[in-house]
Design a protein around this ligand. Structure first.
Ligand code: URA
Length: 460
């Protein structure tokens, strides 16, 4: 029997197929991704395909094929030489979301390797790498060989994406940003997971934010994305859970760069102020899942208590300092956390009325933080290490007019006024205490995520 020749693929056919509501097979998806990484598709054709994918959506199978093809589009990290399970955490982004600085040393202290590839601030959300840059000397742009050396030494490393890892995502993400095709569950899922899968992870814990500071504003969209990421990562061989967590207020007491690192070091030193109990609790829950999925405990709850032990006995603090030093950071900056904080201008914003803090528009607060100088308007712009906000009242607190509500740190005096207006707009007061919102509202693992997707896709 003669072999049937495989017919050549043409981009125009794949655009028309997606435009007309068809689903591409893995070979067709692979063709697009390879040509994207090789820069052989004209950008107008790629843009047209992205818009067709945005409008008609990607099926679960297309999403999986896209994630895997993107993973394979460049160099990959092989953690098998570390001799430990490699586990990471990914958050969909938030304000004051600094759990990476806690979960990386907590999970590593309990015996898993944490190869963490992080991003920078863009839009209203902060970036882990910008926060780490506030430590003098810290280097996040490591080669894969340096990354592996830090992981061998410390069990955790936090780095930026290398130029050779997932090159297809670099092209696609920049194009999506310019063509209004970012907010698509399939495209987001494939983009995030391709980078996680290229890091060779054995397991992944997703922190999917909900509430006023979340990336997607509708709860149903966040749930769909969470379930889709779990099912897609599991199909690619990475054990994955997603925790749906509250971003209806900034996480912890601070939002900015250096002040967030300092808040984490305080926690790692064993200080337990009530006003950042949410940060401590969420970090232990996430680390608990990482430790469990990394095979170190039978349950996530046991993982939680193992992480709590590493926090209490100082092992996680020691490991955090070792990691910072191995990545070039100057540890003397931690000798005096307050003395190392050098903002250009400071303002104590007093409560402008009495009442309970009933609700916070976290996205608006995130923009306030960015406009103080902590974030950037365009990729590549520098950020101010010392800009940010320290909140003295959290959601649910009772405040009296005139008491300190927040301290703002800006690059200069002129940059204080817009964030003050934004904070005032973002806060709703009430005469009665608001209802409590659970920190973790739902957890997706493979089975309930599959069920969720079956039910939602069959009813739509
Ligand atoms: N983060 C990513 O890496 N990709 C997306 O598409 C959205 C957020």
């Amino acid at each position: 029997m003669s072999k049937r020749a495989v017919s050549p693929l043409h981009m125009i056919d794949l655009i028309r197929k997606k435009r007309d509501g068809g689903a591409l097979d893995p070979r067709e998806i692979g063709f697009i991704v390879a040509a994207t990484a090789g820069e052989s598709i004209p950008l107008e054709q790629l843009s047209a395909w992205l818009m067709a994918a945005w409008l008609n959506g990607l099926t679960i199978e297309e999403t999986g094929a896209l994630a895997v093809a993107m993973r394979d589009s460049g160099e990959k990290f092989d953690p098998s030489r570390l001799g430990k399970q490699a586990v990471d955490k990914h958050s969909t982004g938030g304000v004051g979301d600094k759990t990476s600085f806690l979960v990386a040393p907590l999970a590593a202290a309990c015996g898993v390797a944490v190869p963490m590839i992080s991003g920078r601030a863009l839009g209203h959300t902060g970036g882990t790498l910008d926060k780490l840059d506030s430590i003098p000397g810290f280097r996040s742009a490591l080669t894969l060989a340096e990354f592996e050396a830090v992981l061998q030494q410390c069990g955790a490393a936090i780095v930026s994406q290398t130029p050779t890892l997932v090159p297809a995502d670099r092209v696609l993400y920049a194009l999506r940003d310019r063509t209004g095709t970012v907010e698509s569950p399939g495209l987001i899922c494939a983009s995030i997971l391709s980078k996680k899968l290229a890091a060779g992870l054995n397991a992944l814990v997703l922190d999917v934010k909900t509430g006023s500071g979340a990336f997607l504003r509708e709860r149903a969209d966040e749930e769909f994305l969470a379930a889709l990421m779990v099912v897609t990562a599991e199909a690619a061989g990475t054990r994955t859970v997603a925790l749906m967590t509250d971003m209806g207020e900034p996480l912890g007491r601070t939002a900015g760069n250096w002040i967030e690192v300092a808040e984490c070091v305080e926690l790692l030193r064993g200080e337990m102020p009530a006003d950042n109990a949410d940060l401590r609790e969420l970090s232990l829950r996430l680390a608990g899942w990482m430790i469990h999925l990394g095979g170190r405990t039978q349950t996530a709850e046991q993982g939680y208590w193992a992480a709590a032990g590493a926090l209490a006995d100082g092992t996680a603090l020691k490991l955090f300092f070792e990691m910072v030093k191995a990545q070039g950071g100057d540890l003397t900056v931690f000798d005096d956390l307050k003395g190392s904080h050098k903002p250009g201008a400071t303002l104590v914003l007093k409560a402008w009325r009495s009442g309970y803090v009933a609700a916070m528009d976290t996205t608006e607060l995130g923009w306030a933080v960015q406009r103080l100088g902590a974030g950037r308007e365009k990729a590549g712009e520098p950020v101010d290490a010392h800009a940010g906000i320290e909140f003295h009242a959290r959601r649910g607190a009772r405040v009296e007019e005139g008491q300190p509500f927040a301290t703002l740190y800006a690059t200069n005096e002129a940059m204080l006024s817009e964030p003050v207006d934004r904070i005032k707009r973002a806060i709703t007061f009430s005469d009665e205490p608001p209802e409590e919102i659970p920190l973790v509202s739902h957890i997706f693992a493979r089975e309930n995520a599959e069920k969720y997707l079956r039910e939602t896709t069959s009813s739509s």
